[in-house]
Design a protein around this ligand. Sequence first.
Ligand SMILES: Nc1ncnc2c1ncn2[C@@H]1O[C@H](COP(=O)(O)OP(=O)(O)OP(=O)(O)O)[C@@H](O)[C@H]1O
Ligand SMILES: [Mg+2]
Length: 139
Amino acid sequence: METFVSHSTEETERIAGQIAARLHKGDTLALYGEMGAGKTAFVRGLVGALCPECLPLVHSPTFAIVNEYAGKDLTLYHFDLYRITDEDDLYSTGFYEWVGGDGIVVTEWSELIESAIPENAFKLTIEKGEGNERRLTLC
Ligand SMILES: Nc1ncnc2c1ncn2[C@@H]1O[C@H](COP(=O)(O)OP(=O)(O)OP(=O)(O)O)[C@@H](O)[C@H]1O
Ligand SMILES: [Mg+2]
């Protein structure tokens, strides 16, 4: 387990950039944390490292469920599980094709469908503190 403390959105993005360097094809990174915790900010940091030209596309894919950022070496599949009600629903998004595939899967609202998160996934919890402080715990 590793803990990082962030004091700004930019710092959260920088921390994500460091963590991106440890991710490989087939990895899943499950994000946990309440609304406004900084999950999408964290994904922006990952995308900055893996596909900088994709940065303008980064947003919570709440309606689309998944955004795809195709980098030079890897594709990042960014899921928002907020509106997913069950595993059948998730299946229809292509989630199970991408998990463990030749890209990286990152999920917002992982806590809502924990059963879909692979056992070997990295897990990152973002907790809000005072003001702009965020505590990021990576397992
Ligand atoms: N240290 C910080 N790290 C990240 N975001 C921060 C920080 N301090 C303040 N913020 C603000 O918190 C908000 C985080 O928004 P973001 O969309 O990343 O959250 P989210 O967890 O994806 O929320 P949602 O569940 O609604 O998708 C932004 O408005 C951002 O500016
Ligand atoms: Mg979000």
